[in-house]
Write a protein that binds this ligand. Sequence first.
Ligand code: PRP
Ligand code: ADE
Length: 172
Amino acid sequence: MKNLEEYVRSIPNFPEEGIIFRDITSVLQDKDSLKLAIDQMQDTIKDIDFDIVVGPESRGFIFGVPIAYNLNKGFVPVRKKGKLPCETVEMEYDLEYGSAVVEMHKDSIKPGQKVVIIDDLIATGGTIEAIVKLIKQLGGEVVKIVFLMELEGLNGRDKLKDYDIEAVIKYE
Ligand code: PRP
Ligand code: ADE
C-alpha cells in the first residue's frame, strides 16, 4: 500500500495562478487511503477527553463526521453565511484566496463543552481562527485542532499559538 501523502493530488495554479491546490478527492475515492486518512486523524484524539467535534464547510464535514461517529461524539457544522436556518453567530475571515463569512448556530455548543475542530487543511489559518473565536463566544473550550494537511509556509499556526494542533501531512 502507498503512503497516505502519495494519494494527495497536487494541482498547480488552481484556483489561481501561484497556488498549489492539494486535492483530497484522490484520497477519498480510494478505500485504502480513505481509511488511512480517517484513522490517522482519529488516532490523534482517541485518548483525549472531549465532548463534540466541530468541522467547517465543506471539506471539514468529510473528515469530521466519520471521526465523530467512530468516537461516539456529536458533530457541529460550521457553514458559509446564509445556510443555517436558526439563530447564528458569524465571523468574517481571509483565506489564501479571497475572504468569507462563517456561521454557527447559537445553540450548537453548550457553555463548558470541550471541542475538537477537524478540517482537511490549514493554509493561512484564517478559517480556524474565525471558528475558534465563534466557539469561545458560545462558551466552548477548544482542546485540539486536527488537520489532514498543513501548508507550513503560510504560517497558519502563528494565528493559533495557544492551541494544540496536529497535522498528518505537512507541506513546506
Ligand atoms: C479550504 C480548506 C480549509 C481552508 C483553509 O476551505 O478546506 O477549510 O480553506 O484555508 P485557511 O487556513 O487559509 O483558512 P474553503 O473555504 O476553500 O472551502 P471548501 O472546503 O468548501 O472548498
Ligand atoms: N485551501 C486553502 N489553500 C488550499 C490549497 N493550497 N489547497 C487546497 N485547499 C486549500
